[in-house]
Design a protein around this ligand. Sequence first.
Ligand code: NAP
Length: 245
Amino acid sequence: MKDQVLLVTGGSRGIGRAIALQAGTLGATVVVNYQSNEEAANEVVNQISNSGGKAIAIRANIGNTDDVNEMFQAVKEQFGRVDVLVNNAGITRDKLLMRLTDDDWDSVITTNLGGAFRCCRAAAPLMLKQKGGVIINIGSVIGTAGAAGQANYSAAKAGLVGLTKSLARELGTRNIRVNAVCPGFIDTDMTQVLKPEQREAAIKQVPLGRLGQPEDIASVVLFLCSPGAAYVHGTVITVDGGLFI
Ligand code: NAP
């Protein structure tokens, strides 16, 4: 990935962090987006820099159009291009339907689905100008399977599949490949909220017998960036240890 610029939203922790670190190892210039955890974002940047790579951190709330546009403007000014956009940042506000507030609904849709839309819209002019690019949206198996208490999250993740397929049709002829990766249960801060018994129950459902690690997702994302994936387009790849066979 030498000479390529990869921007990952939510690159400070969890899956985004693993994507940033693997991309840095492969020689990409990495833009680590985060919302509030500056220390964690800087730690990722330092880890890449200390192993001879190039990275910067940019704070931007992907739920805010001005923040997103300013982030892409900064990347344009500093590097002149974005070769890979990974729409990874996401949140949960889990509640059963009758307790779900408008704010729970809106914040999850605005961040998880609207954030990816805003970033794609801001990245597209750069990718069109450079005559190519790769967009990877991080969905979830919950987007297709659904989950009690996750109507907002599931709807946002299902929406990401529609966004992925529509943009694949719209941008494919311009050499911009668009795909989605849908993780199962991955061991990150997002799943730390599970009680030990819920965690055990989750593991029991996985034929591979373990939670996924952030690196399990990152390696598939990095494959999608590679020349080996040159004909993979508009597809949704599930990475869940067999959870939803
Ligand atoms: P995580 O550990 O909770 O990390 C979330 C990341 O998103 C952090 O870097 C956070 O930044 C960033 N973020 C949150 N809201 C943001 C906003 N408005 N603007 C910019 N950045 C924002 O999450 P994760 O488990 O790695 O999940 C990453 C993605 O994978 C999400 O889209 C999630 O839905 C999806 N996923 C996760 C699992 C799982 O089991 N973990 C399963 C399926 C799908 P700060 O550090 O600044 O807070």
